[in-house]
Design a binder for this molecule. Structure first.
Ligand SMILES: [Zn+2]
Length: 369
């Protein structure tokens, strides 16, 4: 290969061999599994990978490539995502790869960023309990109930689509073109709205955590949408959609934001987090509208406040039942008095979506109210 292409820098040969070996390897594996249809592997799309010997970054807006005619400089347009990383102190690494897309006549850059970080020692915890239509966030002894309406949005669009479909099917017959167009528009509206809600919420919480140098505590979700709250939705597909939109989707958005800011996330077991009183470890008897009474202390609790504090206790690894460690935990977490006196109002602060969507941080609430 080297003597065939002596005019090229040697690493073109090197990466081509690497690529060929990888393809052959996966072909052999498919053949062993009986899933290869042809006796030999065939190459349909040619793409060339450039390793770090063949390209290097020239500042932030261009790269230079080694070719048979010396180095060629290629500048690229910066997108928002790229700038966001660069502005936060992330730097390009040499692990990035460049692909020459022969068919489309373009260069695709796969960039990898790295950042030197000092060890993030969480000084506090922000616990997040995700519900169907709201997210309860415990920050510094205050539980905010940030409304998301994600499940209502999903259900609303589901029924709207159904109505539209029935109407168009009656008028034009099933699967008509105008029906498909309307349904597609509804679908993309729904997606955009949900995405905006999720990202704004994730950004708000993660920024707050970064500002306080706090870790975020989340429930560990299972694979199946078996979350008790949405079990009443009978249609399994719809149940899955609500689950993805509210629980999985919010967690994913939060994970990605947290990675960007370097904020750690701690996952805890979500079992029974709203059933037991965080102070007395006794059962809570729930009545209507998400309020319940502690069976030992007799104090009133809002379900989401209970869940938030129990998640916090689990994160601290101290819900084994001995009171001293719990009290100590709260004192160190809040840096102040124990917030859970039996007479305290265990009520969350309700925040409608229209309000929190305009907040820059949870700490800025005083100036807005
Ligand atoms: Zn109690």
């Amino acid at each position: 290969m080297r003597s065939l292409y002596s005019q090229l820098p040697s690493h073109y040969v090197y990466t081509a061999c690497q690529d060929a070996a990888e393809r052959a390897h996966s072909f052999l594996r498919l053949k062993r599994m009986g899933r290869a249809r042809k006796p030999y592997p065939e190459v349909r799309n040619v793409s060339i990978w450039l390793d770090d010997h063949l390209w290097r970054a020239e500042g932030l807006t261009s790269i230079s490539l080694a070719t048979h005619k010396d180095r060629v400089r290629v500048s690229f347009e910066l997108n928002k995502h790229f700038l966001r990383y660069v502005n936060r102190g992330w730097r390009l690494t040499s692990e990035a790869r460049v692909k020459l897309d022969y068919k489309e006549r373009r260069l695709i850059l796969y960039l990898t960023f790295k950042k030197e970080v000092s060890e993030y020692r969480p000084k506090a915890y922000i616990t997040v309990d995700v519900n169907e239509n709201a997210e309860a966030v415990l920050v510094d002894g205050v539980v905010y109930l940030l409304e998301t309406d994600l499940s209502r949005v999903t259900l609303g669009y589901y029924y709207r689509r159904k109505r539209v479909q029935e109407k168009y099917d009656r008028a034009y017959g099933p699967g008509s073109r105008p029906a498909r167009r309307v349904l597609r528009r509804l679908g993309s509206n729904e997606k955009a709205l949900k995405r905006e809600i999720r990202w704004k919420l994730a950004a708000l919480i993660v920024r707050e955590a970064a500002r306080r140098q706090a870790a975020i505590v989340l429930e560990r979700l299972g694979k199946e949408p078996a979350k008790g709250m949405i079990e009443r939705i009978k249609d399994p597909q719809l149940r899955h959609r609500v689950y993805q939109a509210t629980f999985k989707g919010i967690q994913k958005a939060m994970e990605e934001k947290a990675r960007e800011y370097g904020v750690p996330i701690i996952y805890v077991d979500p079992r029974n987090t709203s059933r037991v009183c965080p102070i007395h470890r006794a059962g809570i008897v729930y009545g209507k509208d998400r309020h319940g009474v502690c069976s030992r202390g007799g104090e009133t609790w809002h379900r989401d406040v209970v869940a938030c504090y129990n998640l916090l206790l689990r994160a601290l690894g101290s819900d084994g039942g001995d009171a001293p460690s719990r009290v100590r935990a709260f004192v160190t977490v809040d840096g102040g008095p124990v917030p859970l006196g039996p007479t305290a109002a265990h009520e969350p602060t309700d925040v409608p979506r229209a309000l929190w969507a305009r907040w820059r941080s949870l700490g800025a609430r005083a100036t807005i109210n």
